[in-house]
Design a protein around this ligand. Structure first.
Ligand code: FE
Ligand code: CA
Length: 526
């Protein structure tokens, strides 16, 4: 816990407006710092053909417990200088500018850069007063339709800070892919449920702006996560733990009145925005609403539809106090609501946006990046009946059928669904009718294991697999991430595992590799 004195020591002093020589070019009056204000690192995201978003947040005391001094900051908005160069040594600067770090957003900045050349890396850094950030790498996307030979990306999910070190992030950063896609559970809002290797600083479940801010800040003090963000541009979506376990739209898992839960959601979404490289023109938070679903096109090779699986979803099926909060098992006979076509996983506006975009896409590959397992998972219960988990796509089978039918009927090229949430690796066929062996395979699905979070019981899930022949591979005992290399002809998928999440120096290895061939849906073991 920080003392009051430490907070003050870390706080910014604008008094005197000393002429601190800016390290990135022009001498300018700036704040004097008694601790590094760039303690949370830098990030880039939102790659477009002519620009991207650059992010940082001033936080000389990142875990300041005082709500009046988030990150150890107080007082007025502060201009932050940035520069963008065409080389990693920052010698050929192509752009300089200033962004305003505002108290309302915890002194974070989101710089929307445009006017750059397509399809190339850039490097950037920030300065405030005499303090200078590390250098980060950003990229512009190749223009839509322009030839792109290959793209490498990784995807990650479910990084519980308390349960392990983020070696998966470090090893993915070392691979230097063009992109990393965060598929949710970037933080965990709860704390101390299991003995871990380190603790959340406040020892309390995040529930308001101060506690969500500090949760994100603590994750961002992690050196492996900082390195990943500084090295690799990010596409972002969330799952439940960015707000609360198993929430669905305005419905919390604990039956709060929706209006009350929406206040909490507003605080959580705002803190998320303050810490992510999201573009303000799309994602500026508006009370409990914040749009993060978006699409990204890379030349003629791939279009990513990055979805929001939480904000707009219908309430979970057969939900109700006292014993059915959040995810639970239901059979279709016991819970006919499961099959109600008025229920949606994405919300109908996002569904329309997705279907329109996929129908128009000219890309060779169409990756649907979202938070959860999409394949049907028939769970045989003790009495022999088949149940479904209500918190993932299995709780929204009609919405899944609409999406898969659209992929099939609109002849979307090479659709691949990627997801997280379930803390295990999966390679699946997505079929129009999972119960019919002759039904067409319309898409491929890969789910990545957690960065650190504990996997579901292996033996239990393995017993279910004979009822789920569309599942090619399942492994819940290992932690890691997924690395993908895309070319016009193939998608190469490597499931990467770390040796031990309790070892900060864990090594990495490939557990299993798959290929998807152009024009043929479904993973093939490599
Ligand atoms: Fe998780
Ligand atoms: Ca989750």
């Amino acid at each position: 816990m920080l003392t009051r004195r430490q907070v003050l020591r870390g706080a910014v002093s604008l008094a005197g407006s000393a002429l601190a020589p800016s390290l990135i070019g022009c001498a300018a009056p700036g704040p004097r710092w008694s601790a590094d204000p760039f303690s949370l690192g830098v990030a880039s995201g939102d790659p477009r053909p002519d620009g991207f978003v650059l992010w940082t947040r001033l936080a000389p005391e990142p875990l300041s417990p005082d709500p009046a001094t988030p990150g150890g900051m107080s007082g007025a908005a502060i201009p932050i200088a940035y520069e963008i160069a065409s080389d990693p040594a920052m010698r050929s600067v192509v752009r300089r500018g200033t962004a305003l770090a505002e108290p309302d957003f915890a002194w974070s900045v989101h710089v929307e850069v445009s006017g750059l050349a397509p399809g190339r890396p850039y490097w950037y850094r920030f300065a405030a007063g005499a303090a200078q950030s590390p250098v980060g790498r950003a990229m512009t996307a190749p223009a839509p339709g322009s030839p792109l030979e290959r793209l490498r990306f990784g995807f990650v999910s479910c990084a519980n800070y308390e349960l392990g070190y983020f070696s998966a992030y470090r090893h993915l950063a070392a691979e230097e892919p063009e992109l990393v896609i965060f598929l949710g559970d970037y933080i965990y809002e709860f704390t101390g449920r299991r003995p871990g290797v380190r603790g959340h600083s406040d020892g309390t479940a995040a529930h308001d702006l101060r506690t969500y801010r500090n949760r994100y800040a603590q994750y961002r003090t992690d050196a492996d996560l900082q390195r990943l963000h500084a090295t690799v541009p990010a596409l972002m979506t969330w799952d439940d733990h960015e707000v609360q376990n198993d929430y669905a739209g305005e419905w919390s898992e604990t039956f709060d009145h929706p209006a009350k839960f929406l206040q909490r959601r507003a605080a959580a979404y705002r803190a998320y925005y303050e810490h992510m490289p999201l573009r303000p023109s799309l994602s500026h938070p508006d009370g409990p609403s914040m749009r993060i679903y978006d699409r990204f096109t890379f030349g003629d090779l791939v279009e990513f539809s990055v979805l929001d699986g939480r904000q707009y979803r219908s309430r979970e099926a057969c939900y109700g106090p006292p014993d059915k909060g959040g995810g639970h098992q239901e059979t279709v006979t016991g819970c006919p609501e499961l099959l109600d076509p008025r229920r949606s996983f994405l919300g109908f506006a996002q569904e329309r946006w997705l279907y329109d975009g996929l129908a128009r896409s000219q890309a060779r590959w169409n990756v649907i990046a979202q938070d959860q397992l999409m394949a049907e998972l028939r769970e045989r219960t003790g009495d022999g009946s088949i149940a479904y988990w209500t918190d993932d796509w299995n709780g929204y089978p009609e919405a899944r059928k609409r999406l898969l039918t659209h992929l099939h009927e609109a002849r979307v090229a090479n659709p691949v669904v990627i997801g997280g949430d379930i803390h295990s690796f999966w390679a699946n066929n997505l079929k129009l009718d999972f119960g019919d062996p002759r039904a067409p395979v319309v898409a491929s699905e890969f789910v990545g294991s957690s960065v650190t979070s504990l996997g579901p019981p292996y033996e239990t899930f393995v017993k279910w697999l004979p009822d789920n022949p569309h599942v090619h591979f399942f492994e819940s005992r290992r932690r890691g991430y997924v690395s993908v290399e895309l070319t016009a002809e193939r998608m190469n998928v490597a499931m990467r595992v770390v040796s031990d999440v309790t070892d900060p120096k864990a090594t990495v290895a490939t557990l299993k590799s798959f290929v998807v061939e152009n024009g043929r849906a479904g993973p093939i073991a490599a």
